[in-house]
Design a protein around this ligand. Sequence first.
Ligand SMILES: Cc1ncc(COP(=O)(O)O)c(C=O)c1O
Length: 424
Amino acid sequence: MSISYKKTHIGEHPLKADSLMMGYGYDPQLSEGSIKCPNFQTSTFVFKSAEQGKDFFNLVSGRRQLKDGEQAGLVYSRFNNPTLEIAENRIAIWDQAEDCIVTGSGMSAISTTLFTFSRPGDVVVYSEPIYGGTDTLVNVVLKQMNIQSVGYLSSEGSLGLKQALDKAKALGSISVVMLETPDNPTNNLIDIAECKKIIDDATIDQASKPVLAIDNTMMGPVWQQPLAHGADLCIYSLTKYVGGHSDLIGGSCSGSKALVSRIRKVRNSIGTTMDSNTAWLILRSLETLKIRMQAAADGAKKVVGYLQSHDKVSRIDFPGLLKKGDAQYDIYQKQCTGAGSTFSFEVDGGEEGAFAVLNKLKLVKLAVSLGGTESLAQHPAAMTHSGVPKDRRAVIGITEGLIRISVGIEDAEDIIADLSQALA
Ligand SMILES: Cc1ncc(COP(=O)(O)O)c(C=O)c1O
């Protein structure tokens, strides 16, 4: 199947990403006129001739490069599949990227990326707090392969990154700088453009320049576009906002053709490719991504407004509350177009107080994960961040009374009513 339906303009008028989600990359005439891209649920593809099979293998393995305007032929669904390719094209549009790969989970996007660029003796620099799976990957799995890691607190800003780079340089060659902004669950923002500059300044020679990868899961492409701020790679757990319905596990990584083609080669080799059914669900989800994220953000704003006036709530970590004069406010203004809808708030009474609230919720579900249509709440210290040592949790601000909520698209007044009865 060729992907010929790639119009991004009507005449001179450029189409927005949300419009392109309905059709980009898919030609209905190649699929019996079907308005929707089918789920090409197939493991393998039939070649017209042995010569064609040989040529397609040469292309997919990189032994031959694509000519201008040429599409790689379909070989085997671990390497390529039309449903996956169209999902990749559309995520790349949101990320303003040349290319994208989709993977079986957010963690497989992160691990495939780190495996692509890191060799034994290298060092990965990362921001803390970072998603627990990423923390385990860099501090346990990569260490077993003699790849070291140096973390720094995202709240320490540029100075923290500079010190981490110095420390890492003393250990080996820095392969990847892996950052998560905003961090989770405290919503600290990292200035991506500033980080890029610091990395460039600290790089002795171009050949050993580390790749700057941003986990953009929390904001999604609607509220933050890391590549536009100088990041090399933008990674998602598509499981969250992009999938958006809490019914799939997936990941992606977008960036330049040169970098993504290297990651694709590793993905195709180690088999972290997404399955076609998940890719089909992602296509469905991308069509409503903007309105879902907007509705959830509007709801979150109202919920935050309510919590601000509650006498049992002592702290709310929500970027939308940042004030002029705060360095975080400047990053927010420069880098984000919205505050998202996942945030944390602290209630009186430590763990007991937080558990009492969580156990009383009726509409909001008590579950980890985020970014779905339904509101979810959880206790970071006992759940998502229970693996972080207690003293480290205290430094990061993950207190015993902290609750994280991912506001969904239910009516905000109903979410407020639920929180109100639970807090009472
Ligand atoms: C910020 C972030 N990155 C990565 C992941 C991992 O994604 P997945 O569960 O899809 O592997 C998660 C999962 O919660 C996450 O929250």
